[in-house]
Design a protein. Structure first.
Length: 718
């Protein structure tokens, strides 16, 4: 991210004044002209990779991971090691497992400038994608890469969690490539470095097969105050004491790389700072850059969103847990650092806290003064009010968006009321929309059920009324039958009374005849006796007939009484049934009244929420329209990006071809220069020999003192 004076390779310009001006860079790819603060990781990572050790850097966002990767790749390239840096978010997660592994293989091949792996991939289609990925790397090492060493940087490693398919085979393959080193010498030339904002447990649950226990963790800590002195040259032009400015910056950022560099960049664009005004100036810069609109800063915004976003949740790190822990830290309570705590790890990945060494051991502390000021207790209280929504959303997502996890009744009403006063994330809006649709559907079903029950009750009431009318008719008929039986019984009693009266009359006549017989005498008595005997026989016959009629009347009376008793029992049964029906009718009328009350409440709730339902429906249509436009725009952007990437690839290839041609031209020029130098040296050597040859006769003539001019000329000619 930022460099000391000799951290980057020296510039090709011979005059320092020709070098580009130094600047503070806090976003984007690292430039050679940017300041860089070296940390122990700048030494540990290259050493480990040069030694062939697998490495991983897992740390919060904007702490300098990408800049460290870029510098390390440059250092390794200077040592003749080929490097391939792949951002896994560019590989994508929406396709199939085969497409994902091929995209990764193709990206690595392109970065290593190897052949396109399409033919190899199609030829081995019967092999599992993860196995093909490993086999392709083995083939590259054995064929195209020769004896060169290779380091593959996999950045944004947490992107594998977004894949719609399991990617544990991916990590198993990386581990297998490491373990096969003892048998395959070519694999000793291959090293991986995994980089991301996550934890090993988030990526691979099975600790026995994870590659993170065979790779070396490279710690990437915040800047120390001493390390910040490398930035002093960039602040000297302000006129104030650079050390005083850095002291105040460090008091705010506590060495946070991104925040430190952003503060320095803002100061570098500031007018001159008077000596003694360093503290006030830095405070004003911090207020303007971070505190006035904290959620506009990418780092603070990411921390705040991740803090309450249910999609980042993990077991043991619910929003309530994070609120309680962060509140304790804001209150200054001592919290021991625990690497196994899910909630502590989540706050570390948010970038809001960090571990610090104290006299009591390693403790968890707030990241710096900026975080404790921007995301203070008031901000935390607002999160507490929404924690039940966040927890409900998290449970809903974890359950696969199961309808049973949606809100209902009073809880839904509270959530909708809160939603009117606070912004919602996409997941929260989708959750509340789904809850309200479910509630509306359930109310509709409940209303239909109530209406069905009302109709059923009405039918039962009609049946009860019909039964009651039938009972009344039967009761009236029984009364009529009882009256008829009573008349018959009265008639039987009257006949019985008449028969008894007739029998008494006969007996009285018989007694009267007997007295007359005694008075008249025997003759007459005999006659009378005969007459009385005849009359007695007649009376006996009449009495017998009267007794028969009386028995018959008695039997009819008994039968009438039995019928009356049976009719009485039937009447009592009908009266009991009528009582039960009346009680059932009263109960059903009460239930019907209750159902009507519930239906009225449902109608009232629907009428009260009609505006909200209409508004949400309009919002849903608007969101669908926006989503459609965004999707179309994204498709256009992807197409344009693909075209730009293709053009960039073509341009890069042309640049590579031009570079190769330039290298060939340079090599040819060097060969020509060497040949010219060789020819020049040969000419110089011949000239030296010739001069030596010419000087020998002169020397000989001086020694003899008698040399002839003609001989001298002849020697020179020779």
């Amino acid at each position: 991210m930022m460099v000391s004076q000799d951290a980057l390779p020296p510039s090709s310009a011979s005059d320092p004044r020709d070098a580009p001006p130094r600047r503070f860079q806090f976003t984007g790819s690292l430039l050679e002209s940017s300041f860089y603060v070296e940390r122990p990781a700048d030494r540990l990572l290259p050493e480990a990779l040069l030694d062939g050790r697998y490495c991983h850097i897992l740390a919060p966002r904007q702490i300098g991971k990408s800049s460290l990767r870029v510098r390390t790749a440059r250092t390794l390239a200077e040592r003749g090691i080929r490097c391939a840096s792949v951002d896994l978010t560019a590989v994508g997660t929406a396709g199939s497992e085969d497409e994902w592994f091929f995209g990764l293989t193709e990206e690595i091949s392109r970065r290593l400038r190897a052949d396109d792996p399409v033919a190899f991939w199609e030829e081995h289609r019967h092999v599992a994608p993860a196995r093909r990925f490993g086999d392709c790397l083995r083939r590259l090492l054995k064929t195209e890469l020769g004896s060169q060493r290779v380091v593959i940087f996999l950045d944004e490693i947490e992107a594998v969690r977004l894949a719609s398919f399991g990617l544990e085979d991916f990590f198993l393959t990386i581990r297998a490539l490491h373990e096969e080193r003892s048998e395959d010498a070519d694999l000793r030339r291959l090293t991986f470095c995994l980089i991301g904002v996550t934890t090993p447990n988030d990526l691979v649950k099975n600790k026995t097969v994870t590659p993170f226990n065979i790779s070396e963790a490279i710690p990437l800590d915040d800047f120390t105050r001493t390390e910040l002195d490398a930035l002093a040259p960039g602040l000297d032009a302000l006129g104030a004491q650079a050390s005083a400015l850095l002291d105040t910056i460090y008091a705010w950022t506590d060495g946070h790389p991104y925040m430190t560099m952003r503060a320095c960049a803002a100061l570098a664009g500031h007018a001159r700072v008077a000596v003694g005004a360093e503290h006030a100036t830095v405070d004003e810069v911090m207020r303007r850059e971070f505190l006035e609109r904290p959620l506009e800063d990418p780092n603070l915004n990411y921390a705040a969103r991740r803090f309450e976003d249910a999609s980042f949740g993990r077991p043991g790190a619910m929003l309530t847990d994070k609120i309680l822990l962060y509140r304790s830290l804001l209150l200054g309570e001592d919290v021991a650092a625990d690497t196994e705590s899910a909630v502590q790890m989540e706050l570390r990945l948010c970038g809001m806290v960090k571990d610090a060494r104290t006299a009591a051991g390693r403790e968890l502390k707030l990241r710096n003064r900026i975080f404790s000021t921007a995301l203070d207790m008031e901000w935390l209280k607002s999160k507490g009010e929404r924690r039940f929504i966040a927890e409900a959303v998290w449970k809903w997502i974890e359950s696969g968006r199961d309808e049973d996890a949606l809100l209902r009744g009073v809880v839904l009403e509270d959530a909708l009321r809160l939603a009117k006063t606070a912004p919602l994330s996409d997941d929260e809006r989708a959750f509340l929309d789904a809850s309200q649709r479910r509630e509306t559907a359930e109310l509709g079903l409940k209303r239909a059920s109530i209406q069905t029950e009302v109709r059923q009750v009405e039918l039962e009431l009609a049946e009860i009324a019909e039964d009651k009318a039938r009972v009344e008719r039967e009761k009236e008929q029984a009364e009529q039958e009882r009256a008829a039986l009573q008349i018959e019984l009265t008639e039987v009693r009257r006949r019985q009374f008449e028969a008894e009266e007739k029998r008494r009359q006969i007996e009285e006549s018989t007694r009267l005849y007997k007295r007359r017989l005694l008075l008249i005498g025997l003759p007459i008595a005999g006659m009378l006796l005969l007459g009385s005997i005849a009359l007695g026989a007649l009376a006996q016959d009449a009495a017998q007939q009267a007794r028969v009629e009386a028995d018959k009347a008695r039997d009819q009376a008994e039968e009438a009484r039995a019928q009356a008793e049976e009719q009485g029992r039937r009447q009592r049964a009908l009266e009991e049934k009528n009582s039960r029906l009346e009680a059932d009718l009263i109960a059903r009328e009460g239930a019907l009244a209750q159902k009507r009350d519930e239906e009225a409440k449902v109608k009232k709730y629907i009428e009260e929420n009609k505006d909200l339902v209409d508004r949400l429906t309009l919002e849903k249509k608007s969101l669908q329209t926006s989503l459609k436009k965004a999707t179309e725009e994204l498709a256009r952007s992807k197409a344009e990006r693909a075209q730009e990437v293709q053009e960039a690839i073509v341009a890069q290839r042309r640049l590579d071809d031009a570079r190769l041609a330039a290298e060939k031209t340079r090599d040819a020029a060097i060969v020509a220069r060497d040949a010219a130098i060789t020819r020049e040296q040969q000419c110089q050597n011949r000239e030296a020999r010739r001069q030596t040859t010419c000087s020998l006769p002169n020397l000989h003539g001086r020694e003899q003192g008698t040399a002839q001019p003609g001989q001298h000329i002849q020697q020179n000619h020779d």
